[in-house]
Design a protein around this ligand. Structure first.
Ligand SMILES: *Cc1c(COP(=O)(O)O)cnc(C)c1O
Length: 361
């Protein structure tokens, strides 16, 4: 069976090798004569899966020892609430940077819990297409933290730098960029990511948190919404999403085998360069995002002739190039090309685009 090239923004394509391995292990994991899905999360088999996946993730991202990694549920969206609930406790306020839809949502949610100051908002009548200048960012001295979205999945805008917040904790929603390139974890207070973009199946959320930010004195925060609860219980206060966690572990092994994040970031750059070069060299396609902050993971584009859009999407689909429709809020097209999308898939897309332009341009 020939599988499609799936450009969905999430849940997104997974490495085929990982799916094959999961299939082989589906009924009998390593001689246990049962599926990972059927195992107690407290069994020694699952504990070994959990520990090994954490070890591999630590290795991939070089996570310093004063950071905890939590494997929890609720998606990135629950982090929009958990971050302020747990961190807006000293001064009751935080700074937010808005460069797209997700950052906007995060800021909106935080407003329920304290003073939210929007210190940058790149929205214009054309949408979110740029990043703020690093020098233009002025942080509130009393902010409990600074929140931003390194890669805005819907608009395809990716920060070209990490804001330098000094002693103020920087919180990053890395749902659509985590593991796409090496990062220096020590620049961040908290990193969170829903798994279904670049980690594994939906249902799992990863939180990497500096230990001093795990607040121990919260009283009104529900038990399940405290970082402390998950940290003190190795993410097993209640039943974690075991199968998603296991699959994420297989993805980490796949990344290590591929040479780690330096190597995957080079592959990601080649894929993005190829797609942007086809867009930029034509008057038929257009990407409106400022070049410096174009996403390497989610590439948006429009057609000069909007009437051809439905035809483009349906013909692409017939060629096995699926889920290219842009987010309903911005329209146009979007190709999400996370780690698991092979260069071959991007080449199939650019070949199709050139051919479609030749026939319809
Ligand atoms: C997909 C996404 C979200 C929402 O994730 P859920 O896991 O569905 O809650 C939030 N932020 C970013 C940057 C995303 O890409």
């Amino acid at each position: 069976m020939k599988r499609v090239f799936n450009f969905s923004a999430g849940p997104a394509t997974l490495p085929e090798e990982v799916l094959i391995q999961a299939k082989e292990e589906l009924l009998d994991w390593h001689g246990s004569k049962m599926s990972v899905m059927e195992m107690s999360h407290r069994s020694k088999e699952f504990l070994s899966i959990a520990e090994e996946s954490e070890r591999d993730l630590r290795e991939l991202l070089s996570v310093p020892s004063n950071y905890k990694i939590l494997f929890i549920q609720g998606g990135a969206t629950l982090q929009f609430s958990m971050v302020p609930l747990n961190l807006m406790t000293k001064n009751g306020g935080a700074d937010y940077i808005k460069t797209g839809t997700w950052g906007k949502k995060a800021a909106q949610e935080a407003q329920a819990y304290g003073q939210v100051k929007i210190i940058a908002d790149t929205h214009t009548e054309k949408g979110f297409l740029s990043e703020p200048d690093a020098e233009s960012l002025v942080f509130s001295k009393s902010a409990d933290y600074i929140h931003y979205t390194p890669n805005e999945t819907i608009e395809g805008v990716e920060f070209s730098y990490v804001p330098d917040t000094g002693d103020l904790p920087l919180v990053a929603d890395m749902s659509s960029t985590i593991l796409s390139r090496p990062i220096d974890i020590s620049q961040f207070g908290i990193i969170y990511a829903g798994a279904q973009k670049n980690i594994g199946p939906a249902g799992l959320t990863i939180v990497i948190i500096r230990e001093d930010l795990i607040n121990k004195s919260l009283t009104k925060v529900p038990t399940m919404l405290r970082y402390e609860t998950h940290s003190n219980n190795q993410s097993m206060y209640n039943t974690p999403p075991t199968y998603s966690w296991y699959l994420a572990g297989l993805v980490f092994k796949w990344l290590i085998k591929k040479g780690g994040l330096q190597s995957i970031s080079e592959a990601n750059k080649s894929k993005a360069d190829l797609l942007y070069s086809v867009i930029d060299s034509s008057k038929f396609y257009n990407n409106p995002v400022e070049k410096i902050c174009r996403s390497k993971m989610n590439i948006t584009f429009t057609l000069a002739n909007k009437d051809l859009q439905d035809k483009f999407i349906s013909h692409a689909h017939d060629e096995g190039l699926v889920a290219l429709k842009g987010h309903r809020s911005v329209g146009g097209m979007r190709a999400s090309i996370y780690n698991a999308m092979p260069l071959e898939g991007v080449r199939a897309l650019t070949d199709f685009m050139s051919e479609f332009e030749r026939k319809n341009g």
